[in-house]
Design a protein around this ligand. Sequence first.
Ligand code: HEC
Length: 169
Amino acid sequence: MRGPLIAGVVGAVIMASATVAVLSDRTAAQSPFGDPNAEPAPFNPQMGALMSMLIQPRHTKLGLAGNAENWPLAGYMLKELRQGFAVVAKAVPRWKGLPVPDLVDAAVSQPLTLLDYAIKLKYRRQFDEAYEGLTKGCNACHATTDHAFVVIKVPDASSFPDQEFAPQR
Ligand code: HEC
């Protein structure tokens, strides 16, 4: 057993020194990912990252909660999604010249209001209709912003295996 173990350790040491050699060669020619000695830049996520962080998961969770008729969770996710859009519109007021607050308002304000009523009334059929309207709003804005290929749909499964969507008693 000891032979292969020592060989492994020696191999790892050789590889580590090779990596260091590559890194020190690199200091002159800079990495395409930037300068390791630079000041840390403030985190400034752009539209695609904001959609993935603040909008898509909240849209999914809202749909899953409504589907399970878990109204307290649906109400919470609706609030979170609304705040997500507010953050996006403030962080990126213009996207390639287009006014983001106006686009968001046109695309999702009405369905968000209808969802709010449906959740307060615990009215499943109105929830489903308004959620479809919201999802169409996502896609309408994607079409307006040259991203018609980013197609949002009503979730058909949970992508959150560690979260319970069923109502709790
Ligand atoms: C302001 C109009 C607008 C609205 C409203 C909007 N989006 Fe987007 N979305 C964009 C733009 C613009 C991009 C492309 C950003 C980029 O890559 O530069 C995008 C990209 C995305 C992406 C791709 C990001 C990735 O990296 O995978 C997802 C997912 C997404 N949106 C989800 C949604 C969902 C869900 C909704 C509705 C709840 C929504 N969007 C509503 C403008 C919008």
